[in-house]
Design a protein around this ligand. Structure first.
Ligand code: 13P
Length: 341
């Protein structure tokens, strides 16, 4: 194994430890502003620093969380005592990672579809992020769902961008997380979500192969197969788990080091129940864990409300969600524990 390959291997092993998952704390400026607005907190460099310090300094978080996805700004911020936040994460046994895409824009000649940008200069940016402590990266592609969306063009173009990003990361010795998100927005059925997810994941792995991405040295962050939020009858937890495992089984090679789901707008309890059911289902050649943003952050955010006096209680709420999701990643979640603190 050459140096770069053993570096990637070490990071993958640190991230995929049994019973641990990832915390996504990489909201862009507009997204974090939206989350803060829900608790009447203005988004400033200082409030973002305070919130993310709260998350990363949660006592014992490293027991359940192996990696954290940060936003560029956070890589350069420090806790109150002057310790850089990536270093604080690493001290908790949590590998720091970085979101590297530059968000989505409309895809030309494909009305209703979107494409993610940020490939130009990515190699140089990765060198900088690595010097600041990042060991893995994330790129999110987004697929809107309707009767006719996403188009073949959107599926192909996003797959190619994801694969180019992943190849550039591996050359830089940074483990890529490949995130194709089939959105829950809309009234589509779970069957339609399964159909779109299968086409999307299939195309992503074709592209990864074309770009010679080493599957053992990457992680997949997919959406689960669920009905659209406005669909009149949501599928049962068991149905969503079964369809998710079926679609992943048809499209994701066993060589992939791990699958870490996004929560995508599910409630915290739903996201945990789904992960647990998935881990109690059939044939699964990869570790299946969580890489949740909202499903981990929502309960502590509601408690914090920007007040220093609420920090400890908010940290307890984060710790509880992380612990329950850790149990779910092993198929050992007990919903009765929701009522304990
Ligand atoms: P959610 O779990 O809130 O979907 O966030 C995960 C993420 O990283 C989205 O890119």
């Amino acid at each position: 194994m050459n140096t770069q390959s053993s570096e990637l291997q070490r990071t993958v092993e640190a991230l995929t430890q049994s019973g641990r998952g990832l915390l996504a704390a990489d909201e862009s400026g507009p997204t974090i502003a939206k989350r803060f607005k829900s608790i009447n907190v203005e988004s400033t460099e200082e409030t973002r620093r305070a919130w993310r310090t709260l998350l990363l300094s949660t006592p014992g978080l490293g027991e359940y969380v192996s990696g954290v996805i940060l936003y560029e700004e956070t890589l350069g911020q420090c806790a109150d005592d002057g310790e850089p936040l990536p270093q604080l994460a690493a001290r908790q046994g949590i590998v720091p990672g970085i979101k590297v895409d530059k968000g989505k824009i409309p895809l030309a000649h494909a009305s209703g579809d979107e494409i993610t940008q940020g490939l130009d200069g990515l190699g140089e940016r990765l060198e900088r992020y690595k010097a600041q402590g990042a060991r893995f990266a994330k790129w999110r592609a987004v697929y809107n769902v309707s009767e006719c969306l996403p188009s073949r063009l959107a599926i192909a173009a996003n797959a190619d961008a994801l694969a180019r990003y992943a190849a550039i990361c591996q050359e830089a010795g940074v483990v890529p997380i490949v995130e194709p998100e089939v959105l829950m927005d809309g009234a589509h059925s779970i069957e339609r979500c399964a159909q779109v997810s299968e086409a999307v994941f299939h195309e992503v792995f074709h592209a990864l192969h074309r770009h010679a991405v080493v599957l053992e040295h990457m992680l997949l962050k997919p959406s689960m197969v669920v009905a659209g939020k406005e669909h009149p009858s949501p599928a049962s937890v068991a149905e969503a788990a079964s369809q998710t495992v079926t679609v992943l089984g048809r499209t994701v090679p066993p060589a992939v080091a791990g699958i870490f789901f996004l929560s995508g707008g599910q409630s915290p309890e739903e996201a945990t129940a789904h992960l647990d059911a998935i881990n109690r289902t059939g044939r699964r050649p990869w570790p299946l864990s969580f890489s949740y943003g909202r499903a981990l952050q929502e309960p502590p955010l509601k408690i914090w409300r920007g007040q220093a006096a609420n920090v400890s209680e908010a940290q307890r709420a984060l710790s509880k969600r992380a612990r329950l999701n850790s149990a779910a990643s092993l198929g050992r979640y007990d919903a009765k524990e929701e009522s304990t603190s």
